[in-house]
Design a binder for this molecule. Sequence first.
Ligand SMILES: [Cu+2]
Length: 289
Amino acid sequence: MQERASIPFRTGLATGLAIVAAGPSRAALLGAPEQGQVGFLPANSPVASDIQWLHNAILLPVTVGISLLVLFLLAYVVFRFNENAHPTPTRTTHNGPLEIAWTVLPALVLVIVAVPSFRLLTQQLVIPEPELTIKATASQWHWTYAYPKTAGGFSYDSIVKEDKDLAPGDIRLLSVDNAAYVPVGKVVEIDVVSQDVIHSFSIPSFGVKIDAVPGRLNKAWFKAGQEGVFYGQCSNICGIDHAFMPIEFHVVSQQVYDAWLEKAKKAFASAGGADLAAAAPSARAPLKP
Ligand SMILES: [Cu+2]
């Protein structure tokens, strides 16, 4: 069983800086939520690290600061200007410098948030030259992964394990029968599409979350710095089994990936190859919650 990476709940500027400075530790990570967890899953891609940095170093201080300031102003007004403390109200209606300040300062806060936000958005959307491209096709209610011709050109369905099929180390409602494998340290592009309704492909540890829309190819990318198992879920309500189409990605060394590729080529070659159009949704009764 994978050892769980313990991510204690720490917030604020210090954490944001620490994440950026230290980077991930060397142990294999488990990108799955823990019971009672508060905070992010371990970041295992540049985009995920930067998302967490934006949250911890920029958004959290800004929201906490503004909340405290408003709380202070409210309390000040309540105690300083109540009828007992201040029986004769002032007739002041305008204050030029104050009005300029409360217009300029919020605008500055918006700029402080906007600059790293747009940088992050660009980082997510401008995809570096991929070393592996996987096509993820959503169906009600599972994912189909297709590997390119250069990797053997095969595709297979990835379906949630039912409770009776769970092996030791599996995670209920997250483990699947056929996980996707990617090599560590490589730029992986995920091409996401749907063959019925709108789904959403999401793996928090990779900072990937993108809609799967019929007739439209959406793209996302990640570069996993560490080996481990990383889970995600369909994140767009897509029907009765929406909660039962998890995503399981194994980040492994190049040798393990090559070995898996050899096995997968043989195992999935007979199951429809890379012809996604012919890959029918697997016949399966909806799971009961
Ligand atoms: Cu879905």
